[in-house]
Ligand binder design. Structure first.
Ligand code: EPZ
Length: 422
C-alpha cells in the first residue's frame, strides 16, 4: 500500500487547478441510464471512484469511454443487459446506490446491493426507499439486496424527506424525470451537486424547477434524450486546497474556485483572520505571519458548513491561536482523524459529536493512518505545518477523491512525495 511522506514547514506559493466534482460526477454518470441516447460529461475528475462507477454502469450493459486523458466520459446505455448492481462493486463505493432511481424509472425494476455501513457512520437508505415507495415502487430487502419493482412505471408524488439527504434527493430527482405526473420533493438537499444534476437532466429534456431550494418540482416526461454536460467544480477539493496556505503559510490561487460554492466555509476562514479574495481565475487565499484565530464550526447540510471539510478544518484549528469547538451533525462517527492528529501533538478532546480543539504552537511529524477519504487529506495538511516528517499510510482512501495530490501541492512548493508499497 502506498504512503505519502510530507516534510513540513515550507510556506506555499502558486496556483492549484481545481478539478470537476467527484460527488457531482458520481450522480451524473447514473443519469445515462435514463436515456437510450448518449450522455457526455466534460471536466470529469480522474479518480478511482469514477473508475468504480464506470465498472458498475458497464456491468449493467452501458458503454462508458474515458476520453481526453479521462476528463471526458462518453456514455451510452441504449442496450442495457442487467438491472442488478452487484455487492462486489457496491461494497467498494456507496454511491453505487445512485443507480436505483434511474433503473426503476427506465426499466421499472432494479436489484441493488445495500451498501452497508462505512467508517463515518451507519448510513442507512430508508429515506431513499420511502421516497421511491411513495412513487409506487415495491421494495424489499432480501439477502442484502434491495429488490425493487415499479409495476406500470413510477408515478408522481409529493414527498417530504425526513432529512435533507443528498443521495435520496438525487435518486428521487432522477426517478421522477420519467414518472407519470408531477413529483414534489420537500426538504430536498440543496447541495451544488444537486443543482448540477438538475441542469444536466434539463439538458436531457427533463422538466425540473426549484433545484437549490428546499422544494424541487419535477414534471415527468415519456423519454429523455442525449446531452453534453460540464461537471461543476469540486467545492471540497477547493476548500481543501484553500486551507493549505492557511496551515503552512503563504499564498495560493485555486484556479476555477467559486465563492458561492464555499460561502459558509470561507466565512469561517474570514472569522479566523484569513484573507480570501476572488480573482479573475478563481479564489486566492493568503496567510502571512500571524497564526489563524480559533473559531467554532458546526457541520450542516448546504448552504451550511460542509461535513466533507470538517477534518481538514480540524487540522487547521490544531495550529490556531486559542480553543475551537467543532460539532459534527451529519455523520455519527466522523472524528477518526482526531487521534491521528493527536499523534502529531494536537490537543483534541472528543465527546460524542463534539470536538474541542486547543491550538498548539507547532505540530510534530509522525507516522499516521488514514481511515477515510477526508481524514487522509487532513493528515497531509497537518503534515505541511508539522516539524519534521509525516508519513500518511493507507492513502488508497485519498485516491478515491483527490487527483494528483502530491503533484498539485509540490507545484506550490510543498515537500511531498508518494512512496510505493511501504
Ligand atoms: C453525500 O453522501 C456525499 N457523497 C458525502 O461525501 C457527503 O458527506 C454527504 O452527501 C453529506 O454532504 C456523495 O455524494 C457520493 P446523505 P450521502 O444521504 O448521499 C443519513 C465524501 O467524503 N441518511 O446526505 O450518502 C446518513 O446516514 C462523501 O465525498 C439516513 O439516515 O449523504 C447521514 O447521517 C462522504 N437515511 C445523513 O443522513 C438515508 O436514507 C446524510 O447522508 C439517507 C441518509
Amino acid at each position: 500500500m502506498d504512503s505519502i511522506v510530507v516534510q513540513g514547514g515550507t510556506p506555499l506559493r502558486g496556483q492549484i487547478p481545481i478539478a470537476g466534482a467527484k460527488n457531482a460526477c458520481l450522480t451524473l454518470m447514473p443519469a445515462t441510464l435514463l436515456s437510450d441516447e448518449p450522455l457526455t460529461l466534460t471536466n470529469a475528475p480522474r479518480l478511482s471512484d469514477i473508475g468504480t462507477m464506470k465498472l458498475l454502469l458497464e456491468s449493467l450493459g452501458a458503454e462508458v469511454s474515458a476520453l481526453s486523458d479521462g476528463k471526458v466520459l462518453a456514455m451510452s446505455s441504449h442496450g442495457l443487459t442487467s438491472t442488478r448492481a452487484d455487492y462486489d462493486i457496491v461494497r467498494k463505493m456507496r454511491a453505487s446506490n445512485l443507480v436505483l432511481g434511474p433503473l426503476l424509472a427506465r426499466e421499472h425494476q432494479a436489484i441493488v446491493s445495500l451498501p452497508g455501513g462505512c467508517a463515518i457512520g451507519a448510513r442507512p437508505m430508508d429515506i431513499h426507499i420511502d421516497a421511491l415507495t411513495a412513487m409506487g415502487a415495491e421494495i424489499d430487502l432480501r439477502d442484502g439486496y434491495l429488490h425493487a419493482v415499479a409495476r406500470g412505471g413510477l408515478k408522481g408524488a409529493r414527498i417530504a424527506l425526513r432529512f435533507a439527504s443528498v443521495g435520496a434527493t438525487e435518486n428521487t430527482l432522477m426517478a421522477a424525470t420519467l414518472a407519470k405526473g408531477t413529483t414534489i420533493i420537500d426538504n430536498a438537499a440543496r447541495e451544488p451537486e444537486i443543482v448540477d444534476l438538475a441542469r444536466c437532466l434539463r439538458a436531457m429534456g427533463a422538466q425540473i424547477e426549484g433545484e437549490g431550494t428546499p422544494s424541487i418540482i419535477i414534471q415527468g416526461v415519456d423519454r429523455l434524450h442525449g446531452a453534453t454536460h460540464a461537471v461543476v467544480t469540486d467545492r471540497i477539493e477547493l476548500g481543501t486546497y484553500m486551507l493549505a496556505p492557511v496551515i503552512a503559510g503563504g499564498e495560493v490561487e485555486c484556479l476555477g474556485g467559486r465563492l458561492d460554492l464555499v460561502a459558509a466555509f470561507a466565512e469561517r476562514l474570514h472569522a479566523a483572520g484569513i484573507e480570501v479574495t476572488e480573482t479573475a481565475k478563481g479564489l486566492k487565499v493568503r496567510r502571512n505571519g500571524e497564526r489563524p484565530r480559533a473559531v467554532d464550526v458546526i457541520t450542516e447540510p448546504f448552504p451550511g458548513f460542509p461535513t466533507d471539510l470538517q477534518a481538514q478544518m480540524m487540522a487547521m484549528l490544531c495550529t490556531a491561536e486559542g480553543a475551537s469547538v467543532l460539532e459534527e451533525r451529519i455523520f455519527e462517527n466522523r472524528f477518526m482523524h482526531a487521534p491521528e492528529l493527536g499523534r502529531m501533538g494536537a490537543r483534541i478532546d472528543v465527546q460524542g459529536g463534539v470536538a474541542r480543539v486547543t491550538g498548539v504552537d507547532r505540530l510534530r511529524g509522525a507516522p499516521v493512518m488514514a481511515t477515510d477519504l477526508r481524514a487522509s487529506v487532513s493528515l497531509i495538511l497537518a503534515g505541511l505545518a508539522a516539524e519534521g516528517e509525516t508519513i500518511v499510510n493507507r492513502v488508497y482512501h485519498l485516491d478515491r477523491g483527490y487527483e494528483q495530490v502530491e503533484q498539485k501541492l509540490s507545484a506550490v512548493g510543498a515537500r511531498i512525495n508518494r512512496v510505493k508499497g511501504i
